[in-house]
Write a protein that binds this ligand. Structure first.
Ligand SMILES: Cc1cc2nc3c(=O)[nH]c(=O)nc-3n(C[C@H](O)[C@H](O)[C@H](O)COP(=O)(O)O)c2cc1C
Length: 168
């Protein structure tokens, strides 16, 4: 995998989050930590999907806002993903929001030509693992081959570089 032209597309939110029983403010989201490991290991290009309307910094408010966005299913993003035609492998990184991807990842990923692409999902979560993400990617990225994903518990991201390396 390391010699294929690769792009990492991910979503991640800093601010207040829940880490196995404890609320804490962080400067960098969990999925971003994993995305940066992959960048180090593979030398891939990297693109962060940013919501046009930032999620609340408060965790409980963020949970509620994500529920609303899931229902509306059209969350706008700041900037479209780069042209994917030159890449063989796309690593897609997502936190689990209500059992699946944040709405902004749907917006970012839909409507591109995935024929012949390999998709490698990775998630961070508080117990749900990959949850609905592989299924969602299969639905959006028609023509791509979605390979086995990697799910990492949010509070363990800082000790997970080796796991990421083994997965790659
Ligand atoms: C809106 C929201 C919904 C969440 N839903 C789930 C869930 O359904 N299952 C789960 O295991 N974790 C859930 N979590 C926890 C996040 O997936 C976890 O904290 C993740 O590591 C956050 O990634 P980030 O720091 O990159 O944004 C949720 C968190 C938020 C903010």
């Amino acid at each position: 995998m390391k010699d294929k032209k690769s792009l990492i597309i991910y979503f991640s939110r800093a601010d207040e989050n829940y880490f196995g029983g404890e609320m804490r403010y962080v400067d960098k989201g969990n999925t971003e930590v994993i995305a940066e490991y992959i960048k180090d290991i593979v030398g891939a290009d990297i693109f962060k999907v940013e919501p046009l309307n930032p999620y609340p910094k408060d965790y409980m408010e963020c949970i509620e806002e994500a529920k609303v966005r899931t229902k509306e299913h059209n969350a706008p993003i700041k900037e479209n993903i780069p042209d994917i035609s030159e890449y063989d492998v796309i690593y897609v990184g997502s936190p689990i929001y209500w059992g699946g991807m944040p709405e902004e990842l749907f917006t970012a990923l839909k409507g591109h030509d995935y024929n012949g692409k390999i998709i490698r999902p990775f998630t961070t979560h508080e117990g749900s693992g990959l949850s609905g993400v592989p299924r969602q990617l299969n639905e959006i990225c028609v023509g791509a081959e979605v390979l086995d994903g990697l799910g990492i518990i949010g509070s363990q991201v800082n000790n997970s570089k080796q796991k990421v390396e083994e997965w790659i």
